[in-house]
Design a protein around this ligand. Structure first.
Ligand code: MGD
Ligand code: MGD
Ligand code: MO
Length: 741
């Protein structure tokens, strides 16, 4: 039989979306190739990385879930029996009905999950079902960027504040701050587009505790910084800028609230401005480079030089990653970056930046299958779902509860679809497991996935989902949304797997809302609607219809290079006020001032030292996103393990102190647990810092020791104080030899 070539792609949540071409022979995929369209800087190919190209090892893995399962034995032990789809769906429908009747719809929680982001996959089909049944408890604030999502709008009035990448070559200097796009992509071509900027003469500095692939491949200079101290560095940069008169006073006077005393809102006491904080007028501590040096471990003279360099390089783009805000006081980092961009007058300029992470999507999200309105008003911060299990009815607005005074019930039913945050990706695995093991708390857990993940092991019923290779869908490329990739079905579903949409439509039938659920649509009809929603926005060149898109595989719109966020505001702030309380950039935040917790959530961005875990755990632990996996997805792929073997990385100085040799298996531990994994002794990580890439599967032995090395055994469920975001990068550990144990 000749090989057929099917246009498809790779759409896991790495913030990329790459083209794959599946070569199919005898109903099996025998090879993947990638984008073969003509390549140009204006429309670069969407070339797949090793993860996409290795996808056959995931698709055909012997551990793929093939049929529905029901728990036998205690929850969390991982013992299941095979059941039919009818039995499985009857059980889920029956429990949903029972829990809603007993506790109300707000007791049903749809877990955060980022595994299925293409149309008809993942959470949206489930949300639609639950909304037709009277609604469910919804989350807000992602694991990714909760502090950005909360703090950027109160500072800049919008979340949409990134420049198109075509603007990057206009920058004289780009600061990649806790940002590692060579590995985390942030859009398939971000590393390539940064390289184009560099070729055009832009200088790039990377500020990161690790010498990352980005620092290696794209940077002119790497500045290692002690984790969690970025705001100390920013404060010291501000000190130099202000005391040497290098800041943009006219921009601050015209466009910002609270830089100095003269621009504070009425009623706020003297000494509350950003300038007063930086110069130490309010606390007696001037934030000099000499003050910041021991905190950040960057020499004072280098800090001063960086400040002068930043001031001289106009326009300068500060492009932060998300990691420094997934920390104990993540809100401060987000706001300090914006303050620095404002101080240097780089907001609203071509080649500048707002200092806020993320891009400005040039298309709004696809309208296809939609969740519809949720009749339940309550929302909880995604990171605090374990609190809503344990003491949901006690949560208040100070804990981030929205939509009402108190929840009517703790969480009693969890629908976990396309997610491993039920255990693996949430913090403190042992604590979560203790909560979930108790069937008197959450009474029913359904997991819909492709593998028996650490989360799936806690299910009462498991429903097996297809991958996109076994169905047709479309995906809109993050973060600019300027590309659509058609993922066409390449092979028949394996085993008894079904699409998330088909599973939910079947459940809807059982629960009496099937007709409303489908709204007369087939799966293809929903995809047609989605593509039509892009066509309706008249992008250039015109977007084809769904059928044509299937044939051509991918469609890319031109970037609109003239879209510079805040350009209007900068030109005339009175005529184009921001959507903030004052209409200005709120370096002093009215909202945070009113919140009234100045020690943890000050109104101007301040450095707040993170709590440590005492002398027994002296090393800072980072769990970054690496080439190896997309979160915990692709953990099972042996080729990727061979290329990027899982390990803990330790600086040679720390290794020598502990007598640890390169390649030795070690234990990494703190008061929350122990993981055991091989150690790489490497100067790629700065002294005092330990790195365990996130996503390895929690694999506890009978004594609870994780023999694989899931970083979240060691992380804390303590949320950030105002946004209630994940602080999973703030953790402390010790590393020891196995022989000394
Ligand atoms: N390959 C791959 N790519 C991905 C993902 C994936 O799982 N795999 N996940 C995607 C998703 S959903 C997200 S949200 C993003 C996540 O994107 P990020 O949150 O930006 O990614 P991280 O890898 O956590 O961290 C980025 C860099 O910040 C550094 N860092 C950590 N703490 C600090 C600090 O305190 N200060 C400074 N200056 N730097 C610090 C880390 O060493 C790392 O190099 O990545 C996306 N891309
Ligand atoms: N320590 C630490 N922890 C972290 C982070 C960190 O930086 N450090 N990062 C956090 C971040 S930014 C994020 S976004 C989260 C990510 O956490 P999750 O959103 O849980 O992402 P994954 O771990 O990839 O789990 C996705 C699951 O979906 C399944 N899946 C994939 N496609 C489909 C589909 O189409 N249908 C169904 N039903 N299932 C599918 C996969 O098999 C996988 O089990 O992790 C967070 N956890
Ligand atoms: Mo994320």
């Amino acid at each position: 039989m000749p090989r057929a070539q099917i246009n498809t792609g790779c759409a896991h949540n790495c913030n990329g979306s790459c083209v794959l071409i599946a070569h199919v022979q005898d109903s099996r995929i025998v090879q993947f190739t990638t984008d073969e369209r003509p390549d140009s800087p204006a429309d670069p190919q969407l070339r797949a990385c090793l993860r996409g190209r290795a996808y056959r090892r995931r698709l055909y893995h012997p551990d793929r879930l093939m049929y529905p399962l029901r728990r036998v034995g205690p929850r969390g032990k991982g013992h299941f029996e095979r059941i039919t789809w009818d039995e499985a769906l009857d059980a889920v429908a029956g429990e949903l009905r029972r829990v809603i009747a007993a506790y109300g719809n707000a007791a049903v929680y749809l877990q955060y999950g980022s595994g299925g982001l293409a149309q008809l996959m993942g959470a949206t089909p489930v949300a639609r079902l639950l909304n037709l049944l009277g609604g469910y408890l919804e989350w807000y604030g992602t694991y990714s960027a909760a502090c950005v999502e909360a703090a950027v709008p109160i500072t800049l009035g919008t979340r949409v504040c990134g420049h198109p990448p075509t603007d990057w070559p206009n920058s004289k200097l780009i600061l990649l701050w806790g940002h590692n796009p060579a590995e985390t992509t942030f859009g398939t071509n971000t590393p390539y587009l940064l390289r184009l900027a560099r070729q055009a003469g832009t200088r790039i500095i990377v500020i990161d505790p690790r010498y990352t692939p980005t620092a290696i491949a794209l940077a002119d200079e790497w500045l290692p910084i002690r984790p969690g101290t970025d705001v100390a560095l920013i404060s010291a940069l501000a000190y130099v800028l202000i005391t040497e008169g290098l800041h943009d006073q006219p921009f601050l006077d015209r466009c910002c609230l609270g830089f100095d005393q003269a621009h504070l809102p009425p009623g706020v006491p003297a000494g509350s401005s950003y300038r007063a904080y930086v110069l130490g007028e309010c606390d007696g501590v001037p934030k000099t480079p000499a003050w910041a040096a021991p905190i950040t471990r960057i020499p004072a003279e280098r800090i001063a030089r960086l400040a002068r360099e930043i001031a001289a390089a106009k326009p300068m783009a500060l492009l932060p990653g998300y990691a420094p805000q997934r920390r104990a006081y993540g809100e401060q980092f987000v706001r300090a970056c914006i303050a620095l961009a404002a101080l240097t007058g780089n907001i609203g300029l071509p080649g500048g930046s707002s200092g806020a992470p993320g891009a400005a999507p040039q298309f709004t999200p696809l309208a296809g299958l939609e969740a519809g309105p949720n009749p339940v008003p309550y929302r909880i911060p995604a990171f605090r779902w374990t609190d809503a299990v344990e003491r949901g009815t006690e949560l208040t607005s100070r804990d981030g509860l929205r939509g009402g005074e108190r929840l009517p019930s703790d969480i009693k039913f969890i629908y976990n679809v396309a997610s491993n945050t039920l255990i693996n990706q949430h913090a403190d695995c042992h604590r979560t497991a203790r909560l979930l093991r108790d069937p008197a708390r959450v009474e029913f857990i359904v997991v819909q996935d492709q593998f028996l993940t650490p989360s799936a092991r806690f299910a009462d019923v498991i429903l097996p989902a297809v991958t996109w290779l076994e169905m047709s869908t479309v995906y809109q490329l993050e973060p600019w949304g300027h590309a659509l990739v058609a993922l066409n079905q390449a092979i028949a579903p394996l085993g008894e797997c079904r699409s998330d949409y088909a599973i939910c439509a079947d459940l809807a039938d059982r629960l009496g809302v099937g007709e409303a659920y489908r709204a007369g649509h087939t799966e293809a009809d929903w995809l047609r609607d989605a593509v039509r929603s892009v066509q309706a926005r008249a992008p250039r060149p015109a977007c084809p219809d769904y059928e044509t898109l299937r044939e051509q595989g991918v469609y890319t719109a031109q970037w609109e290079p003239s879209v510079i966020p805040f350009a209007d505001f900068r030109a005339d702030p009175e005529a184009h006020p921001l959507n903030t309380p004052s209409g200005k950039i709120e370096i002093f935040s009215t909202v945070l001032w009113e919140w009234g917790d100045p020690a943890r959530v000050p109104a101007v961005p301040q450095y707040i030292p993170e709590p440590d875990d005492g002398p027994r755990y002296p090393l800072q632990l980072l769990g970054p996103h690496t080439f190896r996996r997309t979160h915990s997805t692709l953990e099972e792929v042996d080729w990727l393990e061979e290329a990027f073997p899982h390990h803990v990385a330790l600086n040679p100085a720390d290794a020598a102190e502990r007598g640890i040799a390169d390649g030795e298996t070690v234990r990494v531990f703190n008061s929350r647990g122990v993981i055991v994994l091989p150690c790489r002794v490497t100067p790629l990580v700065m002294p005092g810092v330990v790195v365990v890439p996130q996503g390895a599967w929690w694999t506890p032995d009978e004594t609870g020791i994780d023999r694989r090395g899931c970083v979240n055994v060691l992380t804390s469920q303590q949320a950030t104080p105002w946004a209630n975001g994940s602080a999973q990068h703030s953790a402390w550990v010790e590393v020891g030899r196995l022989v000394d144990w």
